[in-house]
Ligand binder design. Structure first.
Ligand SMILES: N[C@@H](CCC(=O)N[C@@H](CS)C(=O)NCC(=O)O)C(=O)O
Length: 221
């Protein structure tokens, strides 16, 4: 049985959604975030040296890092090329690109945004006004323009079919769902109609909704 080491309210939600789309049975081992710091609990260090989620185990096999987990699950259990295009095609290369881009590039700017936006509240009271100015300047001059640039790229990529690759859902869309959902909470995406439509489309999928019930409340931290 596949076990997902799932941190509440986190990007490991995507693994549950992928498993639902693949129709595979699995168990969820839930971990709660520290209410003060939002960090993962120390128990996750017993699962992997970096103490992050997601990690899955499948019998004796253990896989960490969402993209690697996706490749393992789709390659091992995706019957009839479900959720992935054939490898040696342009669609196959696009699929690999989006699968890796989601964590490798898209999340970097969103993580910077999260860190800088939380800096002022964590600074000592006397330094807070200064830290607030430095954070705002970093966000305005560097982070927000990068997020806008990437969001425009997602919108353009989705314009043709509504999916990142081909004309039906692939695991690359599930990987990309987290940056899009996180960006929607940290930036105004309302002028990018293909992103808005993509989010509505995925939220309506029964597998997405079942995964949400199993994973618990989700606010794209
Ligand atoms: N690129 C990694 C990121 C892993 C990661 O940062 N996971 C977050 C969940 S959103 C985590 O465990 N955060 C808790 C912490 O840093 O203590 C992946 O996609 O697996």
């Amino acid at each position: 049985m596949i076990v997902v080491h799932h941190l509440e309210n986190s990007r490991s939600q995507r693994v549950l959604w992928l498993l639902e789309e693949l129709g595979l049975p699995y168990d969820v081992k839930r971990y709660n975030r520290d209410p003060e710091t939002s960090l993962a609990p120390p128990e996750l260090y017993a699962i992997h040296p970096l103490g992050k989620s997601p990690v899955i185990s499948d019998g004796d096999i253990s896989v960490a890092e969402t993209g690697a987990i996706f490749e393992y699950l789709v390659d091992t259990y995706g019957k009839d090329d479900r959720l992935k295009p054939k490898r040696d095609t342009q669609a196959g290369r696009d699929y690999t690109y989006w699968l890796h881009y989601a964590e490798g590039s898209a999340m970097t700017n969103l993580l910077l945004k999260l860190v800088f936006s939380r800096l002022p509240e964590r600074a000592p009271a006397l330094m807070r006004p200064l830290v607030r100015r430095v954070s705002a300047s970093a966000e305005e001059s560097f982070i927000d323009p990068r997020i806008a640039e990437h969001a425009n790229w997602w919108n353009t990529a989705l314009a043709k079919t509504g999916y990142f690759v081909g004309d039906e859902l692939t695991a690359a869309d599930i990987m990309m769902s987290f940056p899009l959902e996180a960006a929607a909470t940290r930036a105004d995406l309302s002028t990018l109609p293909h992103i808005v439509a993509f989010l509505e489309r995925i939220h309506a999928r029964p597998a997405y909704q079942t995964a949400l019930q199993k994973g618990g409340p989700y606010a794209y931290a």
